[in-house]
Design a binder for this molecule. Structure first.
Ligand SMILES: C[S@@+](CC[C@H](N)C(=O)[O-])C[C@H]1O[C@@H](n2cnc3c(N)ncnc32)[C@H](O)[C@@H]1O
Length: 358
């Protein structure tokens, strides 16, 4: 997108190279040219597909998870059901259809969305009109009281900073431009003290990369203080790692294929793997109890995805049954989304273990 590329070049000319976090933020959220500002990126005609778009089973099981958690909280009325980054609203629609078997839950809930995309906001409004959702920029404007948070593929879209180990110490990976104006990665001068980087990483070899997502940690901290202070729980599902990966996980995807991160900014989705250890620490620091992360495959099997697939297949044509089987495999097998995608729950301490983490 020439508009955003020109804007980034000008910024670099005026202010020098920018951090990866600034670049990611501009690519995704620039008010005019940001990736999420001007398109619906889902499905075959788009750039990627997410679990709820693969199969209704995903959202249905998350809905039943929310009902079980709500019951374990003592069935509060009202309860705020908050989805972060709700995409097309598919997960929430499927979840609330499945929650039909608990009418008191439907009666108690207020649906809230944290969403940056005006286009996706319109799609969510159409999909969830019967529930009268409200939209928020952040958690500060949510109504008080117990809250259940759901975030599927939200944290990977929050901007990371990257630091690279070299013989001279840690250097921040920055984005600058060469004499032709083409964007390029470059390194900051060596930083001899860096508050972000744990001292345990000082022994890493040259080329190792440390990534930090302060926005994700901040958001988990806010959810935690809400859960600990007013009751509730959170379910976080995303692709990521548990032990420090120490590699570059920044990636761009366009039309279902990997894309050069620095090419056509604003025209490809740009994400990074989620550091589950870091968000666990943010939750523990705030006093939450954490469960997982477990692989998405184990989580969904534990919630009964195989049984739900059988039930749906029993009333399906041969072709539909094959599609249900292939969606089941895609969501749960280790060579597809079953291991790379991880699931973590936060609750206040002392409550029962939420379903899916046995
Ligand atoms: C990859 S999509 C996932 C959508 C949905 N959860 C799903 O599973 O289909 C990311 C979602 O997060 C939203 N989003 C990305 N960055 C955001 C931010 N900083 N604040 C709020 N929403 C954001 C996007 O607009 C989109 O709805």
């Amino acid at each position: 997108m020439a508009g955003l590329l020109d804007h980034i070049r000008r910024r670099i000319q005026l202010e020098g190279p920018m951090s990866v976090a600034e670049y990611m933020h501009l690519c995704l959220a620039h008010p005019e040219h940001g990736y999420y500002r001007n398109r619906d990126p889902f499905g075959e005609g788009g750039d990627f597909i997410t679990a709820p778009e693969i199969s209704q089973m995903f959202g249905e099981l998350v809905g039943l998870w929310a009902v079980a958690v709500w019951e374990s909280l003592g069935a509060p009325n009202p309860v705020q059901l908050v989805e972060l980054g709700p995409g097309r609203g598919t997960l929430m629609s499927d979840a609330l259809r499945a929650a039909n078997q608990a009418p008191a839950f439907l009666d108690a809930l207020k649906v809230n969305f944290i969403e940056t995309s005006p286009i996706l906001g319109e799609t969510q409004a159409a999909a969830l009109s019967e529930f009268g959702p409200s939209w928020h920029e952040d958690l500060t404007s949510l109504a008080a009281g117990p809250a259940i948070f759901i975030a599927n593929e939200f944290f990977d879209a929050l901007p990371i900073r990257q630091f690279e180990r070299s013989a001279a110490g840690w250097q921040e990976r920055l984005i600058g431009a060469d004499s032709n104006g083409d964007l390029q990665f470059q390194l900051s001068p060596p930083q001899h003290t860096n508050p972000y980087i744990p001292s345990t990483l000082e022994t890493l070899p040259g080329g190792a990369v440390f990534e930090i997502n302060t926005a994700a940690q901040g958001m988990v901290g806010e959810m935690t203080s809400r859960i600990v202070g007013e009751g509730g729980a959170a379910l976080i599902i995303d692709y990521g790692y548990v032990e420090g990966s120490n590699v570059d996980t920044l990636q761009a995807v366009k039309e279902h294929a990997y894309h050069n991160v620095l090419q056509a900014p604003g025209d490809a989705d740009i994400t990074a793997h989620v550091d589950f250890s870091a968000i666990s620490m943010a939750a523990l620091d705030g006093g939450a109890q954490i469960y997982g992360p477990v692989g998405q495959g184990n989580f969904l099997r534990s919630l009964g995805i195989r049984e739900r697939a059988q039930q749906l297949s029993a009333n399906a044509s041969e072709r539909q049954a094959a599609d249900i089987g292939s969606a089941l495999n895609r969501l749960t097998t280790p060579d597809s989304m079953g291991d790379l995608f991880k699931v973590m729950a936060l609750t206040s301490s002392g409550g029962p273990m939420p379903p899916g983490f046995e």
